[in-house]
Design a protein around this ligand. Structure first.
Ligand SMILES: NC(=O)c1ccc[n+]([C@@H]2O[C@H](COP(=O)([O-])OP(=O)(O)OC[C@H]3O[C@@H](n4cnc5c(N)ncnc54)[C@H](O)[C@@H]3O)[C@@H](O)[C@H]2O)c1
Length: 254
């Protein structure tokens, strides 16, 4: 028996990167999965590569849009029954100048990195409340604890996501629904590759040098913890924010 046998796991941004690794591991643990992604092509490739046709429901959903979430959720439930675990994984970086940034740009960051988690939770919670069981996992970031220059206002949005996690955990505790956050550190995904492409050529080496383990995470290393947190093995873990950063956050400057 897999640790997620019989579960229906909804992963936003599940087409690539950390989300795709969570989908792959959830399937390996016996779940069926729904992917919400604004770009459906990588999800199609993932399903084909895993030979997972019939076990993954792919939905083209922009998580900034409540109506698309509602429609995507209804189709997912029609395919595989009620969602039993939600992973709010989709996110975006932001490199805005705090003076030059427009309100529309600000709202886009917060719509993707924070508001969407509430909108998706709002869609899945009624069935979880009825079942008196469910798990929500919000993929935050080490930036919720400490950040660096040039990333404005990503840290604010991810800190908000950790706050949302705590509030929802308290609201949903009486219904036996667990709500947690997982804060990855640097992880080998396209998001990081896109960031490094904007940096001086030695940036990657500098990043690796600051890591106690001399390396950054693979998406599977983040997915391992995520699957544990939504599984019954974590049945008394709620309201938590677990940092999975290879020890980076333990480090003081110097
Ligand atoms: N990679 C890292 O080092 C790292 C570190 C800390 C936190 N995180 C967080 O982990 C999560 C996943 O990161 P990743 O590196 O795998 O990112 P990624 O950019 O590789 O993948 C993100 C996925 O989300 C989807 N997405 C983006 N906007 C969307 C929208 N509006 N609607 C629906 N789908 C949308 C993308 O199409 C993509 O498939 C993000 O929340 C990110 O902030 C990543």
């Amino acid at each position: 028996m897999g640790r997620l046998e019989g579960q229906h796991v909804l992963v936003t941004g599940g087409g690539r990167g950390i989300g795709a690794a969570i989908v792959e591991m959830a399937l390996a643990e016996g779940a069926r999965a729904t992917i919400f992604d604004i770009d459906i092509a990588p999800g199609r490739d993932l399903v084909a590569a895993l030979g997972a046709e019939g076990r993954v429901h792919l939905a083209e959903v922009d998580i900034r849009k409540a109506a698309q979430i509602a429609a995507g959720h209804a189709a997912a439930v029609a395919a595989f029954g009620p969602v039993t675990a939600l992973v709010n994984n989709a996110g975006r970086n932001s490199y805005a100048d705090p003076v030059a940034m427009t309100e529309a740009e600000w709202e886009d960051v917060f719509d993707v990195d924070l508001k969407s988690a509430w909108l998706c939770a709002r869609a899945v919670l009624p069935a979880m409340i009825e079942a008196r069981k469910g798990a929500i996992l919000n993929i935050a970031s080490v930036h919720a604890d400490h950040t660096f220059k040039g990333y404005f206002p990503y840290a604010a949005a991810k800190s908000g996501l950790v706050g949302l996690t705590r509030s929802l955990a308290l609201e949903m505790g009486p219904h036996q629904i667990r709500v947690n956050a997982l804060s990855p550190g640097w992880t080998e995904t396209a998001m990081v590759a896109e960031y490094l492409a904007m940096c001086p050529p030695d940036m990657r080496e500098r990043v690796l040098d600051t890591h106690p383990m001399g390396r950054i995470a693979s998406p599977a290393e983040i997915a391992n913890c995520a699957v544990f947190m939504i599984s019954d093995e974590a049945s008394f873990v709620t309201g938590a924010n677990w940092r999975v950063d290879g020890g980076l956050g333990a480090r003081f400057a110097g």
